[in-house]
Unconditional design. Structure first.
Lengths: 341, 371
C-alpha cells in the first residue's frame, strides 16, 4: 500500500469527505488561496470553490462560532485553526457553546463540527506559539478530543470526526506533518476510526509506555531501543483524549506492572496526571513501581534552541524515565545500564 | 392580517424624534415614518404584550417562592419590542436571543405552559429542564436558543445565516442581544463576517439603557449603538422600542433586506427596563426621578391608553382580556408545578449525540472502576 505523509493523508481525506458529503465544507484563515499555513488544504479551493473552502478574517471567536451555528443547521464544517494556541481566542465559543448546545437544550440540536489544529513545540516559535493546550478541551464534557499519531490513523480519525454528530477537536502536530506511514487502503476505502478507543500498537510484557500524537511516535521509538536491550515494552497510543479509553490503559498496566506516560504538555494537572490517576484507580494492586510522567519543563517555552530542546520531552528523556521505572521493578539492574558492562 | 388605512385605522403615529437610519456608508439621516394598523391587529398585539407582562410577573412571583432557581431575567418594558419583532418574522425564520428571552419564546409561538415548565426545571419544559430561564430552545418553533453568555449567540446566529445561504434557503435569522453586547469582541467579529459574506441575518440590539447597572453612556464610546453598522457597511436604524408598530415596520425593512438581498442589518430598539437586571436586583442605582419616568415609558400602559382613546378596546374589554390572559398564565404555572422533575436516570442522555465507548458515566461518589 501507499506510503504517504501525515499532511497528505489529511489533505486527501478532506478531499474524499468533501466529495462524499455536500454538507462538508472548510473554514479557516488562509486555507483557500494560500492553501493553508501547513498546506493541508492544497488544491481544495481550486477544486471546490469558495463556497466550500472559505477563507475567514482573523477572528477565531467569530468564525468558530459561525461554524457552530452552521453545524446547528445541519452542515458539517471543518474548521482549521492555524495553531492550537489561537484556539484560546475562541475558547468561549468552543467551551460555552459547542460543548453545551446538545445538552443544555435537552438534545434538540447537535453540533457536528470538527476543529483541526496543530499543537507542538520544537519549532523555535516561542512561548505563545508552542503550547499544547489540548488538556483544556479534554476537560470538557460535550467535546471529543482526538490526537492521531500516524497517517493511517489520521485519515481514519478525521473521517470519524467529520461523520460524528458532536464537536470534535482534532489535534495535529507540527512535528508530525512530514512524518510518513503506510495506508491500509485507498483513502476513500479507509474505514472511520472509533473515537474513544486507544490502541496497543506494540505488545510487550515488561513496561507500558503511553503516549498520544507526537509522543506516541516517541514511545514507539523508545520501545525499539529497549527491545535491543532485552526489555519488552508495550506501547499504548491513546488516540482519543476524550473520551479516554481507560480500560485499555488499565488492562495493559495489569499485564506489565508499571507504566510511563509521555505527554507534550506540562506535567502539573496535565494529561499524564489523569492517566496516572486512572492507573492507580484501576491497577493499584498490579503496580510494581510508581507511574512516571515525562512532560515539558514548567516554563513558558523559550525561543533559544538550547533552552527549547532542554524543556521539551524527547526520546532520551522518556528512555531515562523508563529505565528508572524498570530498575525500580527489578527488570533492569539497579546500576545504570550503560555502566553495567 | 390587514393593515390598510381604509379599514378605519385606530391611529397613525410617528416614530420618536430620535429615530434614525444609517446607510452602509456611515451617513446618518434623521427621519420619521407614518405607520398604521387596524384595530383588531393592535388589540391582538396588545394581548400578546399583556401575555408577556403577566407571564413575567408570574415568573417573578414563582422565583420569590423558590419555584424557579438560578437567574431569572424579565422582559418587563420590552413587550412592544418583542411583539413588533416577532410580527416581522415568518414561522420558518430562525431566532437566537440572549438570556432575557421568555417573551421571545412566547412570541415565537411556544406555549406559556412549556416555557414556564422550563423555568420550573421540569421535564415538560422546552429544554426538558436542562436549560432553565436563560436557555430556552424549541427546534420546531425555530427558537435556536437563549444564551447566557453575553454575545455568545451572535457568532452562532451569523453561522446559522451562513447555513441558510449555503443551502440556498429563504429563511432569515434574527439575533437579539442587549446594549451591553455591543462592547464585546464577538459582536464586532460577527458583524464583520456577516457584512463580508452577505449573510441574511438581522442583528437586533435591545437598548434598555442599562447593562446590569452600567449605563450605555458608561460602556459605549458611541452610545448611538446602531451607528456601529457603518463600520461594517451594514444598513442600520434606531427605533422606539415602546411602539409596537414602529418596531414591526423597522423590523420588516430589516428582514426584507436580509431575505431578498441577503444583506445583514443592524436594528437598535430603545425601550425601558422597568425592573432590575434580574428578579433579585432591586435596582437601587436608579434615582427616584428615574423610577418615576419609567412609569411614563411603560409600553403596555401606553398602548392601553391609545386603544382606549381610539375606542378599539374599552376598559371592560381590557379587563376581560386581562382575566383571560391571567387564566392562561395561571394554567401554565399549574402545569409547570404539576409536571415531573427530570429523572436522574436521564443524567447522561445528552452529553453526546453520537455515543462513544469510554464515556465515563459515574455519579460523584462512585469509583471509576467497579471491578
Amino acid at each position: 500500500m501507499a506510503t504517504v505523509t501525515y499532511r497528505q493523508a489529511l489533505r486527501d481525506t478532506l478531499h474524499a469527505e468533501m466529495l462524499r458529503d455536500e454538507n462538508v465544507f472548510l473554514m479557516g484563515e488562509e486555507i483557500g488561496l494560500f492553501e493553508g499555513s501547513y498546506k493541508i488544504t492544497e488544491g481544495l479551493l481550486k477544486e471546490f470553490g469558495p463556497r466550500r473552502v472559505r477563507d475567514t478574517p482573523i477572528a477565531e471567536e467569530g468564525f468558530v462560532g459561525a461554524a457552530i451555528g452552521a453545524a446547528m443547521l445541519g452542515l458539517r464544517p471543518v474548521v482549521e485553526l492555524m495553531t492550537i494556541n489561537f484556539s484560546l481566542l475562541a475558547l468561549d465559543q468552543i467551551v460555552n457553546h459547542a460543548a453545551k448546545i446538545y445538552g443544555m437544550f435537552g438534545g434538540q440540536a447537535s453540533v457536528p463540527l470538527v476543529i483541526r489544529t496543530p499543537g507542538g513545540g520544537g519549532q523555535q516559535l516561542g512561548a505563545t506559539h508552542s503550547q499544547n493546550v489540548e488538556l483544556f478541551y479534554s476537560f470538557i464534557p460535550g467535546l471529543k478530543v482526538v490526537a492521531p499519531s500516524t497517517p493511517a490513523e489520521a485519515s481514519a480519525m478525521l473521517k470519524a470526526a467529520i461523520r460524528d454528530d458532536d464537536p470534535v477537536l482534532f489535534l495535529e502536530n507540527l512535528a508530525l506533518y512530514n512524518s510518513k506511514g503506510e495506508l491500509p487502503a485507498e483513502i476513500a476505502d479507509i474505514e472511520p476510526a472509533q473515537i474513544g478507543r486507544a490502541a496497543v500498537t506494540r505488545p510487550g510484557t515488561d513496561i507500558t509506555l503511553i503516549g498520544y500524537s507526537r509522543m506516541a511516535r516517541v514511545t514507539t521509538e523508545v520501545a525499539e531501543t529497549l527491545a535491543a536491550e532485552g526489555i519488552s515494552a508495550e506501547v499504548v497510543d491513546l488516540r482519543s483524549l476524550r473520551p479516554l479509553d481507560r480500560a485499555t490503559i488499565v488492562e495493559s498496566v495489569r499485564r506489565t506492572g508499571c507504566a510511563v506516560v509521555a505527554e507534550d504538555d506540562w506535567l502539573t494537572y496535565g494529561i499524564g496526571a489523569e492517566i496516572a490517576a486512572t492507573i492507580q484507580e484501576g491497577a493499584f494492586d498490579w503496580l510494581d513501581a510508581p507511574v512516571r510522567r515525562v512532560a515539558m519543563a514548567e516554563v513558558p517555552l523559550p525561543y533559544a534552541k538550547s533552552l527549547e530542546t532542554a524543556a521539551l520531552p524527547s526520546a532520551d528523556s522518556l528512555l531515562a524515565a523508563a529505565r528508572d521505572t524498570l530498575r525500580a521493578t527489578g527488570r533492569l539492574p539497579l546500576s545504570p545500564l550503560e555502566n553495567a558492562s | 392580517m390587514a393593515e390598510t388605512t381604509k379599514a378605519a385605522p385606530a391611529r397613525a403615529r410617528r416614530t420618536r424624534a430620535d429615530s434614525a437610519r444609517s446607510n452602509g456608508g456611515g451617513a446618518t439621516a434623521q427621519g420619521t415614518t407614518e405607520h398604521s394598523a387596524d384595530a383588531a391587529t393592535l388589540v391582538a398585539y396588545y394581548r400578546q404584550m399583556l401575555l408577556i407582562r403577566r407571564f413575567e410577573e408570574r415568573a417573578a412571583r414563582a422565583y420569590t417562592e423558590a419555584k424557579i432557581g438560578g437567574y431569572c431575567h424579565l422582559n418587563l418594558g420590552e413587550e412592544a419590542t418583542v411583539v413588533g419583532l416577532m410580527a416581522a418574522l415568518r414561522p420558518s425564520d430562525y431566532l437566537f436571543t440572549n438570556y432575557r428571552e421568555h417573551g421571545y419564546a412566547l412570541g415565537k409561538g411556544i406555549g406559556a405552559d412549556r416555557v414556564m415548565a422550563e423555568l420550573y426545571g421540569r421535564s415538560t419544559g422546552v429544554s426538558k429542564g436542562w436549560g432553565g430561564s436563560m436557555h430556552l430552545f424549541d427546534a420546531e418553533a425555530r427558537l435556536l436558543g437563549g444564551y447566557g453568555i453575553v454575545g455568545g449567540q451572535v457568532p452562532l446566529a451569523t453561522g446559522a445565516a451562513l447555513a441558510v445561504s449555503y443551502k440556498g434557503g429563504d429563511e432569515v435569522v434574527m439575533c437579539q442581544m442587549g446594549d451591553g453586547t455591543t462592547a464585546i469582541g464577538a459582536f464586532h467579529e460577527s458583524l464583520n463576517i456577516a457584512g463580508l459574506w452577505d449573510l441574511p441575518v438581522v442583528f437586533v440590539v435591545i437598548n434598555n439603557g442599562l447593562g446590569m447597572g452600567t449605563t450605555v453612556e458608561n460602556s459605549a464610546a458611541e452610545p448611538e449603538l446602531y451607528k456601529r453598522g457603518a463600520a461594517y457597511r451594514m444598513e442600520s436604524a434606531r427605533v422606539d422600542g415602546t411602539d409596537v408598530i414602529a418596531v414591526r415596520e423597522a423590523a420588516r425593512v430589516a428582514v426584507e433586506r436580509a431575505r431578498s438581498e441577503s444583506r445583514p442589518y443592524l436594528l437598535e430598539t430603545v425601550s425601558p427596563r422597568l425592573k432590575g437586571h434580574s428578579v433579585v436586583d432591586p435596582a437601587r442605582y436608579r434615582s427616584k426621578e428615574e423610577r418615576e419616568a419609567l412609569k411614563a415609558a411603560d409600553p403596555l400602559a401606553r398602548l392601553a391608553l391609545e386603544l382606549a382613546e381610539s375606542g378599539a378596546l374599552s376598559h371592560d374589554d381590557r379587563d376581560r382580556l386581562d382575566a383571560e390572559v391571567t387564566a392562561e398564565i395561571n394554567a401554565a404555572a399549574a402545569f409547570a408545578d404539576g409536571s415531573p422533575a427530570p429523572e436522574v436516570s436521564t443524567l447522561f442522555d445528552y452529553t453526546y449525540a453520537t455515543p462513544v465507548p469510554g464515556e465515563l458515566r459515574r455519579l460523584p461518589a462512585e469509583p471509576v472502576f467497579r471491578d
